[in-house]
Design a protein. Structure first.
Length: 203
């Protein structure tokens, strides 16, 4: 993390409705957690915008050859971040199975470097601790870290119904290396993630 702080880091955030994700989850046999929907949405958004899936090494910008996304997992003595390879080409069902395998290995402290290195970005679901938002720090060899806060029922004004309706919302925060991505690019990337989450059947 000290190495991470040698870079200029910035964070953008926005609220996202999770009702469509929660409804879609009920229809699936294997029940992916909301964070896996975010992993899949981030992977697809990065695949659409390859310039955002890059890292700066020295003075060179290196494009990612594969959209590999890490997922923060709490182990007994800290956090581990196993990598889901080619997350943009992995269906949500296959991703769920792979994630469960990685979590089990992580909790047994059996994740080797081949399973934890080489990602371009990670997702951290700090909402599991009841937190609304945070400014997570990307790993030193990664460019992006997308944090997800707790889902909460909030009143939302519905123009069609002309009344407030309950909506489950969570805060998403995207921390990024400002040398690789500017604020506008990060904002557009995060907005695209939210758009993909609004139609989870396509994930």
């Amino acid at each position: 993390m000290r190495r991470s702080w040698t870079r200029p880091l910035a964070t953008v955030g926005m609220s996202v409705a999770l009702d469509a994700v929660l409804d879609d989850r009920k229809k699936r046999d294997a029940k992916p957690g909301p964070a896996l929907y975010v992993v899949r949405a981030l992977a697809l958004a990065l695949a659409e915008n390859p310039s955002a899936a890059a890292r700066l090494i020295g003075e060179r910008v290196i494009q990612a050859s594969s959209i590999d996304i890490g997922v923060a997992v709490e182990a007994q003595d800290g956090i581990m971040v196993p990598i889901i390879r080619a997350a943009d080409k992995t269906s949500l069902a296959d991703m769920t199975a792979r994630y469960n395998e990685l979590v089990e290995l992580g909790r047994k402290r059996r994740l080797g470097p081949d399973l934890t290195s080489g990602g371009i970005a990670s997702v951290s679901n700090f909402g599991t601790f009841g937190l609304d938002w945070g400014t997570p720090i990307p790993l030193p060899d990664q460019t992006l870290l997308l944090g997800m806060g707790a889902g909460k029922k909030l009143p939302h004004w519905d123009d069609a119904k002309q009344q407030f309706v309950p909506v489950t919302q969570a805060e998403l925060t995207l921390s990024f290396d400002h040398r690789s991505l500017d604020g506008g690019g990060a904002g557009r990337l995060l907005k695209r993630v939210a758009e993909l989450l609004s139609d989870p059947a396509k994930l």
